[in-house]
Ligand binder design. Structure first.
Ligand SMILES: NC(=O)c1ccc[n+]([C@@H]2O[C@H](COP(=O)([O-])OP(=O)(O)OC[C@H]3O[C@@H](n4cnc5c(N)ncnc54)[C@H](O)[C@@H]3O)[C@@H](O)[C@H]2O)c1
Length: 389
């Protein structure tokens, strides 16, 4: 028997995942949930959804869907809501997939507190949590983790990761994204809630998962110390009211390497999420592998892990095209597969809560350092998954 999954949040990003979850061969029942009924209807009325979706599995609130007997919830709501919603879902006996980040709030101490509560909830309830970090499954990250497993890097020396996304990037304008996310019923509540942070200075390091997950997951190491600097907006742009524009951090890592991480929202070079990892024996930069000056160029197919044949076929059939890998470097198909396979086989997903809090803690402490003018700060950690999970 397959697993049952409820999709909570069918806005812009959630919609991109709905057909992948519906098509996955480990899933035999899918429920739909959004506070905006038309966003549920868009899928509920589709012919292709008849096989795995029953109209009694349409919900308009998280509270309602938490009372169901579903195995797992996929939470792709606004970023300020994820952690409390994930905890509510796990408390009601459901495994959780959450869009990134764990939570985004202006106050870093509150983010760390939510990380702590999330880890404790996983431990107490035994439920599984996976963070849907897209960079973890870009082909470059898959390739580097394979090389790391072979020991091909030698000793890790240094890594770099960057998420460069100008606020006015034409392909994804962040002013429009914010306006859209605040326009729904849930979004209007968020605007009211955020008013209490007047005077708190936030920054792009509070959403660090795209830039740190490559270096952390490839090296299998965590950030231990950080110093960072941030930049203020010099133009009085309302978008950056109460927030730094760009933050650059240097980390010391638990394996002795260093990592330079850049999170930039006001920068002409934009639309880039990349990383490199340099070792004593081998190094990776996008998209080539290098050993002492000898360079091997890599194609996407060279770098990508193969998806199981049955999963590929199910995606192909369900999505009606050969383009089933989805957005963000084709990572969507892998994220869905990893979560469904982990829940169906009762194992920890790759980006489990202990891995996910490492990404967040690195960013939160980098922002704190930036606010303190580059002071060197320790990065907290919650350890590895317990051996019996
Ligand atoms: N590369 C990436 O990993 C990536 C890219 C884009 C977006 N995201 C993340 O995806 C998330 C969603 O972004 P989006 O653009 O789709 O936002 P959106 O505003 O379009 O969608 C969010 C949806 O959640 C629903 N919702 C909120 N609370 C709810 C509740 N309690 N019960 C039922 N429905 C509820 C809203 O009604 C809305 O439809 C964000 O957190 C964002 O950070 C990640």
């Amino acid at each position: 028997m397959g697993i049952s999954v409820g999709l909570v949040g069918l806005g812009g990003f959630g919609s991109e995942f709905a057909d992948l979850f519906r098509s996955h061969p480990a899933v035999d029942r899918v429920a739909l949930c959004d506070m905006e009924p038309d966003r549920v209807a868009r899928f509920a009325e589709k012919e292709s959804w008849r096989g795995k979706f029953d109209p009694s599995d349409a919900y308009n609130s998280l509270d309602e869907i938490c009372k169901s007997d579903l195995d797992a919830l996929v939470i792709i709501t606004q970023p300020t809501l994820h952690a409390p919603q994930a905890i509510q879902a796990m408390e009601s006996g459901k495994h959780v997939y959450s869009a990134v980040p764990i939570i985004s709030l202006p106050d870093g101490d509150e983010i760390l507190d939510w990380c702590d509560r999330l880890v404790k909830t996983c431990e107490r309830t035994g439920m599984r949590y996976m963070l849907g970090e897209t960079t973890y499954y870009v082909p470059q990250a898959m390739y580097c983790r394979r090389r790391a497993a072979e020991g091909a890097f030698g000793r890790f020396v240094h890594a770099e990761g960057q998420y460069l996304h100008d606020v006015d990037e034409p392909a994804c304008n962040l002013r429009e994204v914010r306006k859209w996310r605040r326009s729904s019923k849930a979004g209007r509540e968020i605007t009211k809630m955020l008013a209490r942070y007047e005077g708190v200075i936030s920054g792009p390091m509070h959403y660090p998962t795209h830039s740190v997950s490559g270096p952390i997951s490839v090296m299998g190491a965590r950030m231990t110390q950080v110093c960072a600097w941030g930049q203020e907006d010099e133009t009085g742009d309302d978008y950056f009211k109460g927030a730094l524009t760009n933050e650059i951090a240097l980390f010391r890592m638990s394996n002795g390497a260093t990592a330079r991480i850049a999170e930039c929202r006001k920068i002409a070079h934009t639309g880039e999420v990349t990383f490199c990892v340099l070792g004593t024996m081998g190094s990776f930069r996008p998209n080539y592998w290098m050993i002492r000056g000898q360079r091997t160029d890599l194609t996407i197919e060279d770098m990508r892990d193969p998806l199981p044949q049955a999963v590929q076929e199910a995606y192909r059939e369900g999505l009606g095209s050969a383009h089933f890998y989805g957005g963000h470097g084709g990572s969507h198909a892998y994220l869905v597969h990893e979560f469904c396979d982990a829940i169906a086989n009762d194992r920890e997903p790759a980006i489990n809560v202990w891995e996910a809090v490492r990404y967040m803690a690195a960013g939160v402490m980098a922002h704190k350092s930036a606010l303190a003018g580059g002071e060197v700060l320790d990065v907290p950690d919650w350890g590895d998954p317990p051996a019996d999970r």
